[in-house]
Write a protein that binds this ligand. Structure first.
Ligand SMILES: Cc1cc2nc3c(=O)[nH]c(=O)nc-3n(C[C@H](O)[C@H](O)[C@H](O)COP(=O)(O)O)c2cc1C
Length: 183
């Protein structure tokens, strides 16, 4: 049976992937599961410089699930390119990198590097706090989403997924910001 799809310009042999950040860069899971079975692997948030993340506790169980506040711990895009990407390329799956940052410039710089790598696409994590805008998430407003999507698009030629944040009141209006990006 042909289960292949074309998602936002990314060819996937099936529509099954993983939520960014819940699967690391796949190494730990590869001991238990054949990563080639996935249509795509979406990596954890990757930034221009390494980040050590928040102090523990980072995860808290609640009656209806769990809350997490990892703080975007990651080794940085250069380490990813030299170590994690060669590992992931051994598997027959699309590779989508979740990009994060604290300023728009961070996103632009990380996307410039991601554009040069042998990956299938980029997912912008817009739940990150914008330190130059009172730490409101980049994805909190129509204008904010439009601005960052427009600027990233200028440096990134690969397929782009704009991952909105759930902590907003009018998600429909905000989603239009990604669509209405300035060309
Ligand atoms: C431990 C953990 C780490 C996460 N890290 C990231 C991340 O690096 N980038 C990102 O965009 N989302 C991250 N997320 C959010 C997930 O990708 C997903 O959007 C979120 O868990 C909502 O999906 P769910 O309702 O199925 O849990 C993380 C979630 C968890 C639980």
């Amino acid at each position: 049976m042909n289960t292949s799809i074309n998602f936002a310009g990314i060819k996937m042999k099936n529509p099954v992937t993983v939520a960014s950040g819940t699967f690391g860069y796949g190494r730990e899971y590869s001991n238990f599961f054949d990563l080639s079975k996935l249509g795509a692997i979406i990596t954890k948030g990757t930034s221009i410089k390494p980040r050590s993340g928040n102090k523990p506790p980072r995860v808290c169980e609640t009656p209806s699930g769990m809350l997490n506040s990892i703080g975007l711990q990651n080794p940085g895009v250069e380490y990813f390119a030299e170590n994690d990407l060669p590992f992931l390329k051994k598997f027959d799956t699309a590779i989508i990198v979740n990009a994060c940052g604290s300023t728009i410039e961070d996103y632009i710089e990380v996307c410039k590097i991601l554009d040069t790598l042998d990956i299938d696409g980029v997912e912008l994590n817009l739940s990150c706090p914008n330190v130059k805008a009172g730490c409101m998430a980049f994805g909190s407003s129509y204008e904010g989403v439009k601005d960052i999507t427009s600027k990233v698009r200028k440096v990134l030629n690969k397929p782009l997924i704009v991952k909105l944040t759930p902590n907003v009141s009018n998600i429909g209006e905000i989603a239009k910001g990604a669509k209405d990006r300035r060309s």
